[in-house]
Design a protein around this ligand. Structure first.
Ligand SMILES: O=C(O)CCC(=O)C(=O)O
Ligand SMILES: [Fe+2]
Length: 347
């Protein structure tokens, strides 16, 4: 593929708290970035660099643990889709992704199983933490809290950019949004081994805020091919998820992206955070001001990835498809175990 010179914009979030004209300028840029590639870099976000460095340092130390320590918290042990996956155990559109990872969510008690409760209630429960690295839990729960706060502040800015009140999404994320943090390592591969770090997909929450280490690999679908999103120190890459696409009737679009495996002998770490709505919520259809409504595109219709307004149903669908081993072991009543894995959207 020929090199694509398109670049993603860089937005400085401190302008949002500046003078009224600075705030207005930030919102204009936010709307343009969100309408264009749907991805941008965020600076001026006030998450301490020390915490960011610690999160990456602990991620590296986790992946360096002996395999048995990592497998002690393997995801297939958790009905709530929490814990560690070896490379090849997560699927996007039916094909294995070449990344190892830990999935972490809000630390909750599992609900007592009840056949009459909605199926998504099974997603709530405790995380699995590595006994061999106690600091990991401390630092990553702190990071989860900070990045959630940032995501919520940014969501308020998105609401304003859509001509809504800043708190328009509160009814569907208070008292607690759905949180998913992934700690990911993409091992390097030779060209003849395939290059799907994670296959092309959309994210299903409100917003994703991604921390990357020093290695490139993330690519975003652009008008004329894939746009590289290399790491820029001190920034997060932010992208729009399907909830904002649904709420804005396609004025905002959850854009397709993927990760290409790094070269053999190297690896890449990333820490994506997915800010979602409450699992019992329904995504509203916002009434946009006429000048924005004129530019709505409607929803992307993908028969392989149907979108539901019921948040829990949408999220459970993604989790079941991405983690067929967990689905088969813990939720056989929700999947047809005799069928091969369905095409999936990663999450
Ligand atoms: O690791 C990355 O850079 C992006 C990962 C991603 O897109 C995802 O997990 O949804
Ligand atoms: Fe993604």
């Amino acid at each position: 593929m020929t090199a694509n010179p398109e670049k993603l914009p860089i937005l400085d979030f401190s302008r949002f708290d500046g003078k009224p004209e600075e705030r207005a300028g930030f919102l204009r840029d936010l709307r343009a970035a969100a309408r264009g590639p749907g991805f941008f870099y965020l600076t001026g976000h006030s998450i301490p660099q020390l915490l960011v460095d610690d999160a990456l340092r602990l991620s590296r130390r986790f992946f360096d643990l002996p395999e048995q320590d990592k497998l002690a918290i393997e995801m297939v042990r958790s009905p709530h889709f929490r814990g560690y996956n070896r490379a090849g155990f997560e699927h996007t559109r039916g094909r294995p992704d070449w990344r190892e990872q830990v999935d972490i969510g809000a630390e909750k008690q599992a609900r007592v199983f009840s056949a009459s409760a909605p199926a998504w209630t099974r997603l709530q429960g405790p995380n699995q933490w590595p006994a061999a690295l106690p600091e990991f839990k401390l630092v990553l729960l702190r990071y989860l809290q900070e990045i959630t706060g940032l995501g919520i502040r940014l969501l308020g800015a998105f609401a304003l950019a859509l001509g809504q009140k800043a708190d328009v999404f509160e009814p569907i994320y208070t008292p607690e949004p759905n949180q998913l943090l992934k700690i990911v390592r993409y091992p390097g591969r030779d060209a003849d081994e395939g290059d799907q770090g994670v296959g092309a997909h959309k994210d299903s929450g409100f917003l994703t805020l991604l921390l990357q280490d020093v290695r490139s690999g993330l690519q975003v679908e652009g008008e004329s091919g894939w746009i590289d999103a290399p790491p820029i120190p001190g920034t997060f890459v932010v992208n729009i998820g399907e909830i904002l696409e649904l709420a804005s009737n396609g004025y905002l679009r959850a854009n397709v992206h993927r990760v290409v495996s790094p070269l053999a002998g190297t690896d890449r770490l990333s820490v994506p955070f997915f800010l979602g709505a409450r699992l019992d919520a329904e995504v509203p259809l916002l009434e946009l001001p006429p000048e924005l409504a004129a530019d709505t595109r409607g929803l992307t219709q993908d028969p392989l990835n149907p979108l539901f307004r019921e948040v829990g149903r949408n999220y459970l669908k993604s989790r079941l498809r991405s983690h067929p081993d967990v689905a088969r072991r813990h939720h056989p009543d929700l999947v047809d175990v005799s069928k091969p894995v369905e095409p999936a959207s990663a999450y």
